[in-house]
Write a protein that binds this ligand. Structure first.
Ligand SMILES: Nc1ncnc2c1ncn2[C@@H]1O[C@H](COP(=O)(O)OP(=O)(O)O)[C@@H](O)[C@H]1O
Ligand SMILES: [Mg+2]
Length: 301
C-alpha cells in the first residue's frame, strides 16, 4: 500500500503544473420524472450529485457503482452529450458544460467513446471500413487514400486483419465487434478514451481479451482512460484509480490497490467483500480460452 501511496505522490507532483485531462467541479444532473398527479410537483431524480474530481493526463480512472448510480449520466456529461444541471466541466482546460453542441467539434478529436453493446452502436448496414473511417469523414480528416490506409492501420492495432474492412458487423463475434468499436474510437487520434461498460455485454471468456486490448491501446496511443463498470473486478484490471459511485455521489476515490486492500467507506467494503474470487477465475479462464483459441485459430482470439 505504501508503494501505491508514494507512487501517487510522485505522480501528482509530476503533473501538478499541468492542466488535468478532465476537471469536474460540483457537477450535478437532475432529471424530472413525468408528473404523477396534477396537484403534485413532478418528482426529481438526482442522477449525479456534487461530483468534484480531477483526472490527470495519462491516468486510468475507473468509476464503479451499481446500476442506476449515475455512472452513464456522468459520462455523458463528460463527453458533452448532456449538460449538468449545476457545476462545471473542463476537458483539457476548456469548459464544455456551457457550450452549445456546435462549439464542441474539437471535443470529438480529443475524446472518444466506446459503448457497452457493440451490436447497437455499430451500424449493421455499414462495412467495417466505413464504420472505422466515420469519425475521420465527419471531421474531414485526410484524403480517401489516407483514410483507407489509416483504417487498415487501426484494424491491425486492435488485432483484426486488414480484410475485416470489407465485412459487416454481423460477420464478427461480440469480442471482435468491440475491437471494431475501439478502432473507430481511435480513428481521430483522441487523447482521452471513455468506455461505458465496454465488456459487460460480452461472454466472460472474451472479456479479458478486450480488457487487455483496452490496456494495450491506452499504453500504445498514450491515452487517458475513463472506464465505467458495475463490476469491481473488471475495473481492477485496467484502472489505477477508482471512484465508487452510489446514488449519484462519489463515496470513495482511491488508488486501485488501496481501494481493494483497504476500502474505507462501508459501501465500498460491502462491494469489495462481495467480489468472489472472480478476478482470479476470470484470469485463469481467459488464459485457458486464449490458449485454446490460438491452438484452434478461433476467430475470437
Ligand atoms: N434521460 C433520463 N431521464 C430521466 N431519468 C434518467 C435519464 N437518464 C438517467 N436517468 C436516471 O438517472 C439515474 C442514473 O442513471 P444512469 O446514469 O443510467 O445510471 P448507471 O449508468 O449507473 O446505471 C437513474 O435513476 C435513471 O433512471
Ligand atoms: Mg450505465
Amino acid at each position: 500500500m505504501s508503494e501505491v501511496a508514494s507512487g501517487e505522490v510522485v505522480r501528482s507532483e509530476a503533473v501538478s503544473s499541468e492542466v488535468p485531462a478532465i476537471r469536474l467541479q460540483d457537477v450535478g444532473r437532475d432529471f424530472r420524472r413525468p408528473r404523477r398527479s396534477l396537484t403534485q410537483a413532478p418528482p426529481v431524480v438526482h442522477a449525479v450529485r456534487g461530483v468534484t474530481l480531477d483526472i490527470e493526463r495519462g491516468e486510468r480512472f475507473g468509476i464503479v457503482g451499481e446500476s442506476g448510480s449515475g455512472k452513464s449520466t456522468l459520462l455523458r456529461m463528460i463527453c458533452g452529450l448532456d449538460r449538468p444541471t449545476s457545476g462545471s466541466i473542463e476537458v483539457e482546460g476548456r469548459p464544455i458544460h456551457n457550450q452549445p453542441a456546435a462549439r464542441l467539434g474539437w471535443l470529438r478529436h480529443t475524446l472518444q467513446l466506446v459503448f457497452q453493446d457493440p451490436m447497437s452502436s455499430l451500424d449493421p448496414r455499414m462495412r467495417v471500413r466505413d464504420i472505422v473511417a466515420e469519425p475521420l469523414v465527419a471531421q474531414g480528416q485526410g484524403s480517401g487514400a489516407a483514410r483507407r490506409a489509416r483504417v487498415v492501420e487501426l484494424l491491425e492495432a486492435v488485432g483484426l486483419s486488414a480484410d475485416s474492412a470489407d465485412r459487416y458487423p454481423h460477420q464478427f463475434s461480440g469480442g471482435q465487434r468491440q475491437r471494431i468499436s475501439v478502432a473507430r474510437a481511435l480513428a481521430p487520434g483522441p487523447d482521452i478514451l471513455v468506455a461505458d461498460e465496454p465488456v459487460s455485454a460480452l461472454d466472460v471468456s472474451v472479456r479479458a481479451q478486450v480488457l487487455n486490448l483496452i490496456d494495450d491501446v491506452v499504453d500504445g496511443f498514450d491515452l487517458t482512460l475513463v472506464f465505467v463498470s458495475h463490476d469491481l473486478s473488471v475495473v481492477r484490471h485496467v484502472c489505477d484509480r477508482v471512484a465508487v459511485m452510489r446514488q449519484g455521489e462519489f463515496v470513495e476515490v482511491a488508488p486501485t490497490e488501496q481501494l481493494y486492500a483497504d476500502p474505507r467507506h462501508p459501501y465500498t467494503q460491502q462491494l469489495v467483500s462481495a467480489i468472489p474470487d472472480l478476478h482470479a477465475a476470470l484470469d485463469g479462464r481467459a488464459a485457458a480460452d486464449l490458449a485454446r483459441a490460438v491452438r484452434e485459430r478461433s476467430p475470437d482470439a
